[in-house]
Design a protein around this ligand. Structure first.
Ligand SMILES: [Zn+2]
Length: 205
């Protein structure tokens, strides 16, 4: 029996042998009745729609203004990348590089990889590419959700310092929706479920 066929109950750590489930079935612990794993129907489609929606939010977050600043009759708008570059120019090199990674590099890579993975699984093709994509998702998810801190800091800065002339633009709300989708994808769907999905879909191929 392989190591991956053994599953520990997350509550009482009783080991169980993993068995294939029918759609909508759940496996529960024999001792404490805690949920071990479930066969979620339409997980591939859910994953594809949500990660695609998240990518759309990212596009919007980069095209639309993040902040709108008013100086009397004059107004100024800042895009996300402009804000990051301004930080760099002003000497906040580390903060600007960190925000580039957390707000641009990781989100694009994570959602792009999830879209690719779920698209291949939906088609039932590209077994090896889908596997590489899932390994990448496992690595990237460790850095995901750091973006929440950045958005929280942004809100705090504008609220605490009472910059009444600064307003959040469409990109800010797009980032907010992105984070909600990201949290759902990372918290409500466990990585083991994605591996099960991969195994089921390519079982015959
Ligand atoms: Zn248990």
């Amino acid at each position: 029996m392989l190591h991956k066929d053994i599953i520990l109950c997350p509550r009482c750590f009783t080991p169980h042998k993993k068995l294939p489930l029918a759609p909508k079935e759940e496996a529960r612990c024999v001792r404490c009745k805690g949920l071990l794993y479930r066969h979620r129907r339409g997980l591939d489609l859910l994953l594809f729609s949500l990660s695609f929606a998240a990518l759309f939010c990212l596009v919007l977050a980069n095209m639309a203004p993040l902040l709108q600043i008013e100086f009397g009759a004059f107004g100024s708008k800042a895009l996300l990348m402009e804000a990051i570059l301004t930080l760099f120019d002003q000497g906040f090199v580390l903060i600007s590089l960190f925000s580039l990674l957390v707000l641009e590099v990781f989100p694009w890579l994570l959602m792009g990889t999830l879209v690719l993975f779920s698209f291949l699984v939906l088609l039932g093709r590209g077994k090896k590419v889908a596997r590489v994509a899932l390994v990448l998702v496992e690595i990237l998810r460790r850095w995901s959700m750091l973006d929440i801190f950045f958005i929280a800091i942004l809100v705090a800065m504008v609220k605490v310092y009472q910059y009444a002339q600064i307003h959040f633009g469409i990109a800010f709300w797009a980032l907010g929706i992105f984070v909600v989708i990201e949290v759902y994808l990372m918290e409500a769907i466990r990585i083991e479920e994605l591996w099960d999905l991969w195994e089921r879909r390519y079982a015959v191929a």
